[in-house]
Write a protein that binds this ligand. Structure first.
Ligand code: NAD
Ligand code: WQD
Length: 361
């Protein structure tokens, strides 16, 4: 029996949230998920991703279509359910959009978090796992990046929302020792659940490498544009620490277990593999395991891109007892399985079934 029984998952219909819900259910937690569908597919019953998470696990999820900016709505959910801990995924995350619409990002990500924290405090729920990002480190001063690397020198608004929230959490945990928060700095999540039933299907435009590459492999886009081959890296292309989304999910279960038996105030952990992979390497592995050919076009570097970044994930291994298990090959195979089984993503409309428990009704 897990120490925290009922977990509120904000942004649960999204990419990482829906995968994490599978691991939470498998670990014996009860899940209340909320999402406003700003970047997730919905149908007339709720979230097809969460419906499939139920299918994978054979367990029920309570789902609310709710917006963190709507305080009464969120407050009602806390009134109705005895929430032990919150995993806070809900945020807007498109770097380009954040530069064009900074107010939207500051309002959604910062105000959403403030509302949530206030409601949590009012309900005496002080346990939280927060989705942070390696983007808080900016251009690395050294590699691999440890959690003590300086943060804050960030070139985009989205990244600054993560940085500002971490600073806020520091103040909060310093002011009241009841708070018990883990901030997980994800590196580059890719892949999908091995069943091929759930995966990444954003409603907003996306620019990340793996989903774009898969679209090219499917023939939906003609060519993969490689942003720069003149970086100071062995093959000239950018290097990142790609992490399988199921490894990332298990990192959240490990963080929950740790919070259940330790009072940490605020603690930060990198979630990455500890291994850097270049754009060219990732394309080569993807082509090999999927038996496809990806036409490439080399163009100038993308503005704001970092040359190379990978994690030192020692702290998570030593303290949370967590480390990644899945390889780059598995990341590519699983993502491809999801894409080929669902070339148009989740069905946007489906017949009514009683599989999902809609907490709104
Ligand atoms: P996602 O867009 O798939 O999921 C986020 C979900 O939050 C979406 O379903 C969206 O509809 C929902 N949401 C946004 N604002 C909301 C609001 N005000 N109220 C309710 N729901 C709201 O993104 P993801 O890739 O699953 O990312 C999850 C979290 O991890 C985000 O906080 C993101 O910033 C962070 N993160 C993601 C990556 C990545 O590369 N995917 C890397 C590092 C950190
Ligand atoms: C990876 C590599 C590109 C697309 C983003 C966010 C960051 C964090 C993780 C949330 C880079 C290259 C990409 C393409 C390419 N997310 N590339 N052609 O830039 O590491 O980070 O996701 O917190 O905040 O900015 O990820 O997948 O966009 O790029 O050559 O069409 O692939 O230049 O080297 P990135 P990415």
């Amino acid at each position: 029996m897990p120490r925290f029984k009922t977990i509120l998952v904000t942004g649960g219909a999204g990419y990482i949230g829906s995968h994490c819900v599978v691991d939470l259910l498998n670990a014996g937690h009860d899940v209340i998920a909320i999402d406003n569908f700003a970047n997730a597919v919905c149908d007339e019953e709720g979230s097809p991703a969460l419906k499939r998470a139920q299918q994978i696990t054979g367990k029920k999820i309570v789902f609310y279509e709710a917006d963190l900016l709507n305080k009464p709505q969120i407050n009602d959910i806390f009134d109705k359910h005895p929430i032990d801990c919150v995993i806070h995924f809900a945020a807007l995350k498109a770097v380009g959009e954040s530069m064009q619409q900074p107010l939207l990002y500051y309002q959604n990500n910062l105000l959403g978090m403030l509302n949530l924290l206030e409601i949590m405090r009012n309900h005496e729920c002080y346990q939280m796992v927060f989705s942070s990002s390696c983007t808080v480190y900016g251009e690395p001063e050294y590699l691999p990046i440890t959690e003590t690397h300086p943060t804050g020198s960030i070139t985009n608004v989205y990244g600054r929302t993560k940085y500002f929230i971490e600073e806020m959490l520091k103040d909060l945990s310093a002011a009241d020792e009841k708070w018990n928060i883990i901030s997980l700095r994800y590196f580059n999540p890719v892949g999908a659940h091995p069943s091929g039933l759930i995966g990444e299907d954003p409603t907003k435009e996306f620019t990340n490498l793996m989903p774009f590459m898969a679209q090219v492999a499917l023939g939906k886009k003609p060519v993969l544009t490689v942003f720069g081959n003149d970086y100071n890296t062995p093959d000239g292309t950018g290097i990142r620490d790609y992490i399988h989304v199921m490894d990332l999910a298990s990192g959240h279960v490990a963080a929950l277990n740790y919070l259940g038996s330790n009072q940490v105030g605020l603690k930060v952990y990198n979630l990455g593999t500890g291994r850097g992979v270049s754009v060219k390497e990732l394309v080569e592995v993807f082509e090999r395991v999927t038996e496809t050919k990806i036409p490439l076009k080399y163009v100038d570097r993308r503005l704001g891109d970092i040359t190379a970044m990978w994690a030192d994930a020692t702290l998570a291994r030593e303290e949370l007892g967590w480390s990644t298990k899945l390889t780059i090959e598995e990341m590519c195979t699983d993502f491809w399985r999801w894409q080929t089984m669902n070339p148009d993503g989740y069905p946007k409309k489906s017949k009514k079934t009683s599989v999902i428990v809609n907490g709104n009704s």
